[in-house]
Design a protein around this ligand. Structure first.
Ligand code: ZN
Length: 136
């Protein structure tokens, strides 16, 4: 089995924001020269998530709105006494730091309307995403 390890760096501009990283992930899969296997997309942060959905401006705003509703800022969270971003940690905890994709015939397998996003939850910041491709 071969293992390829790549990294993506992203600079976010808003506190809560979706950044489409599909093409960067796809580039790493091609660079890996792995034809069949799995691709892990994993973020190295406790206030970021990786999600999959359609790249449509309205939907992207809906997702941000839903996150703010589900994880309201300053709602009496204990962690806010430390650094005022408990809502970001909570959202990341429940949404998760990673997604896994199939790799087939040297290409990342995903649906037509599935894009891969870095979900910034406490920006703006510089963020890192690991892309590890494993297979033959
Ligand atoms: Zn914190």
């Amino acid at each position: 089995m071969k293992v390829f390890f790549g990294e993506i760096e992203v600079t976010t501009k808003d506190r809560t924001e979706l950044i489409d990283i599909s093409s960067y992930v796809g580039d790493h899969v091609h660079k890996s020269n792995i034809n069949d296997g799995l691709c892990l997309v994993f973020t190295l942060h406790s206030t970021v998530s990786v999600v999959v959905n359609e790249h449509e401006r309205g939907l992207m705003q809906d997702i941000v709105k839903k996150i703010k509703e589900e994880f309201p800022k300053g709602a009496g969270w204990l962690h806010d006494r430390v650094d005022d971003n408990a809502d970001s940690h909570l959202a990341s905890t429940f949404i998760g730091p990673s997604r896994i994709f199939p790799v087939k015939d040297g290409t990342l397998v995903k649906g037509t309307w599935q894009n891969i996003f870095l979900l910034e939850l406490d920006g703006p910041r510089r963020r890192k995403v690991i892309v590890e491709v494993m297979g033959e």
